[in-house]
Design a binder for this molecule. Structure first.
Ligand code: ADP
Ligand code: MG
Length: 328
């Protein structure tokens, strides 16, 4: 995809929707440089993780993208629109789920959605159908006509998500959406975000808890002290290689075989519990399930006594730890 960044005139009707493009964005609060030169691209049709410790600028950046905070400098494009100079078009394209739900307690769940639908000028009949559909999607149908004040934190999070989706936005911004969700709701969130991405939506989702995003994100952007540290293409669900953990009764047989086939590997520090002496494991890049099946078949054919083969947890987590090491 060709990326249009600083051109004065945007290219006409690009064949691939532009998603989110951020160039050199700055924003200070007094002397605090909350954003200190952020560059970011989030592709349409993908889930991009915005990862960083507390205070790294995630919320500030998302507020800028949502058009709720004007940056001091730099460029932002949301589905091709500038939220500063073309706020109306940018807002119409954007769904925003803040980290806290806010004070809507006197309205029912359904009324919250209808209020937002009205703000986006959806016709009444369309709006009530859409509200019912979204309540179903986030499993809140039985709470539809009860005041939002009775909802638990997790349920409020889900209502917040439904609210962000009312107008079928091209770009979805979510600030720590998984916090407060129980494991079941977290899986639902992942499935929903994957479905939206598959339908072409640009999804940017922040978290300081890495494990929340590892399974759902295609790409990741790391923030540290208001700066983009470096984007990682994750070999996740989609196509690329991610690391797998391989254990064998004989570590030596395993590594000798890997070396003989020219396969890169690194030692696996995780212990094997009550593993017999001489056994052990390695980590190596494997191209998905198909690659794993091939690796196992080859290893068995070569007589390597493999005892376990599984994806190593957390591509994002490893990238994050690398990042932490670099900061020391
Ligand atoms: P994150 O969401 O990654 O935890 P934030 O974007 O909330 O980080 O904050 C980034 C930095 O900006 C922090 O140092 C925070 O204290 C500061 N900050 C954020 N919002 C404000 C504000 N409204 N006024 C003053 N400082 C702020
Ligand atoms: Mg935050």
């Amino acid at each position: 995809m060709s990326t249009a960044t600083d051109t004065a005139v945007p290219p006409p009707a690009p064949s691939v929707p532009p998603g989110i493009e951020v160039t050199a964005v700055h924003r200070s609060f007094g002397t605090v440089r909350a954003l200190d030169g952020v560059d970011l691209v989030a592709r349409a049709g993908a889930v991009t993780a915005l990862v960083g410790p507390n205070g790294s600028g995630k919320t500030t950046l998302l507020l800028v993208l949502a058009g709720l905070l004007v940056p001091d400098g730099g460029q932002v494009r949301i589905a091709g629109h500038d939220p500063v100079t073309d706020g109306r078009a940018a807002r119409a394209a954007t769904g925003w789920m803040p980290d806290a739900f806010g004070t809507w307690d006197s309205l029912t769940a359904r009324e919250v959605l209808l209020t937002f639908a009205a703000a986006y000028r959806l016709p009444r009949a369309v709006a009530s159908e859409r509200a019912a559909e979204l309540l179903e999607t986030v499993h809140l149908t039985e709470y539809a006509d009860r005041p939002a004040s009775v909802l638990s934190r997790g349920q409020k999070q889900r209502l917040g998500l439904a609210r962000a989706l009312v107008h079928r936005p091209d770009v979805l911004l979510l600030d720590e959406p998984a916090s407060g969700l129980d494991p079941r709701s977290r899986v639902d969130l992942r499935v929903l975000l994957r479905d939206l991405a598959a339908a072409g939506t640009t999804v940017l989702v922040s978290s300081h808890v890495l494990s929340e995003l590892d399974e759902m994100a295609d790409d990741a952007v790391f923030l540290s002290g208001g700066r983009t540290v470096h984007p990682h293409e994750l070999g996740g669900a989609a196509d690329g290689a991610r690391e797998w953990r391989v254990r064998a009764l004989s570590l030596e047989a395993l590594t000798t075989w890997l070396d003989s086939t020219g396969t890169p590997w690194r030692p696996d520090d995780a212990g094997g519990g009550d593993a017999p002496p001489g056994s052990g494991g390695v980590l190596l890049p494997v191209a998905g399930e198909v690659g794993a099946a091939q690796l196992l078949a080859d290893a068995v054919r070569a007589g390597v006594p493999v005892t376990a083969l599984a994806p190593a947890g957390g591509a994002l987590e490893r990238a994050y730890l690398t990042l932490e090491e670099e900061r020391r």
